[in-house]
Design a protein around this ligand. Structure first.
Ligand code: ZN
Length: 410
């Protein structure tokens, strides 16, 4: 256990976060029993609504168990010098500070992933299964995990190596070079997400000719939106939940529709969902999000550069020697109240954007099919019709269903 004052601040931050989250979840769970607003009476019938409440309560209890478990584990790990122990292991192999950091993060990432795997397995194959959402198989689940690890190891390994290499070379100016690399990588990922990353996990096929494609194309033409790439993704191989999203920009931009969306919605409703996505694009939300996330990364790296050479920051997590990787972990926790705050602002802006995209769909297409599609999507995912306002304020990137419908009807 570290005797640094910062150690107690770290414990304090983790505890406050855990207790606020627990209180928020509790408030939200208490609201499950509130009467459903009149506009939403037709979303579920009585039996379905009871099922949806059962689903939410099950998830609430499950989330409470997992968060309590991981909070306790993190505290014990800190108190009993877990990071110092992993640091020792990494140092026993080499003196190279890049390789030490790679081993250190490798053990921590893979270790924590193995510990949390039973929880995600339970969530997929017990909870989602019980409520009829799960379509995944054990084989698919573990293949996804393996691919995810491989991707994190390669991408994370390269970025970590570069950051420490920049640090060895430019000291606290490392943040400028790191920022440039991260900005370029996130731009590339954004551009080629559908071409490079999605194929690792899903199959995508161009939307076949027919009335739906015609309707989408004539809508796109009407609003002057060049749309060559409409793809259908086999989301149904994992879950019955439906979705649609936009990725890339310029010539690379494309719309991806889940096959589940096509099965569940009428054609007009799909066009309405698409009109909402086009709204995000036309109102420059996608560019805004990309630029603000790059600026936020720069800000975070700059603050990191101010503290990276302070030995107390490293020593706070109980390692015996100050190092870049130890300071990074410690900084991650110390900075989290600030990232929590910027996250709140981003959520607030995102909710505003959702209204703007809804308005765009209403003005260029129609409100009614968007309302009915939102209701169907909420029903299909058994989503919460009566969330607590404090919970919405803290966690929702989208306004609650009732607020969106009121706005669309206004
Ligand atoms: Zn949206």
């Amino acid at each position: 256990m570290s005797n640094q004052p910062l150690f107690y601040i770290i414990i304090g931050i983790l505890s406050i976060q855990f207790f606020t989250e627990t209180i928020l979840d509790y408030l939200n769970a208490k609201n499950y029993h509130k009467p459903v607003p009149e506009e939403l009476n037709d979303v579920f019938d009585t039996e379905e609504y009871l099922k949806s409440q059962d689903y939410k309560k099950t998830n609430y209890r499950f989330a409470l168990t997992t968060s309590t478990f991981s909070f306790t584990l993190t505290l014990l790990f800190l108190i009993f010098g877990g990071f110092g122990w992993v640091d020792q292991i990494a140092r026993s192999y080499t003196d190279n500070n890049i390789v030490i950091a790679l081993i250190f993060f490798g053990i921590i990432m893979i270790g924590s992933d193995i510990i949390t795997t039973p929880f995600s397995y339970y969530s997929t194959f017990v909870i989602e299964e019980k409520f009829g959402f799960n379509k995944s198989t054990t084989k698919l689940f573990f293949m996804d995990k393996l691919k995810g690890w491989l991707m994190t190891t390669i991408l994370g390994g390269i970025i970590l190596t570069l950051i420490i290499w920049f640090f060895n070379w430019a000291n606290s100016n490392f943040w400028i070079y790191t920022w440039a690399v991260i900005a370029v990588v996130s731009l590339l990922i954004n551009l080629f997400y559908s071409k490079l990353i999605v194929p690792l996990f899903n199959k995508q096929t161009p939307l076949s000719d027919g009335t739906l494609k015609n309707k989408i194309e004539s809508y796109a033409q009407k609003v002057g939106f060049e749309l060559k790439n409409i793809f259908v993704i086999d989301g149904s191989k994992r879950s019955t939940k439906a979705n649609a999203y936009f990725s890339g920009f310029g010539k690379e931009k494309r719309v991806t529709l889940y096959d589940t969306l096509i099965n569940d919605l009428e054609e007009d409703e799909i066009v309405a969902v698409l009109a909402h996505e086009v709204g995000h694009y036309k109102r420059k939300h996608i560019i805004f999000n990309l630029i603000s996330s790059i600026l936020l990364t720069g800000f975070t790296l700059f603050i990191l550069s101010l503290f990276i050479n302070t030995p107390e920051v490293s020593l706070a997590i109980g390692v015996s020697k100050p190092s870049f990787h130890a300071a990074l972990i410690s900084f991650g926790i110390l900075y989290s109240p600030i990232s929590e705050f910027t996250g709140l602002i981003m959520n607030y802006i995102s909710r505003k954007f959702e209204y703007q995209a809804d308005d765009y769909a209403k003005n260029t297409f129609a409100a009614m099919p968007l309302i009915t599609s939102l209701k169907k999507l909420s029903k299909n995912s058994l989503s919460n019709l009566t969330p607590h306002p404090a919970y919405v304020f803290m966690h929702y990137s989208h306004p609650p269903l009732i607020a969106r419908i009121k706005n669309l009807k206004a």
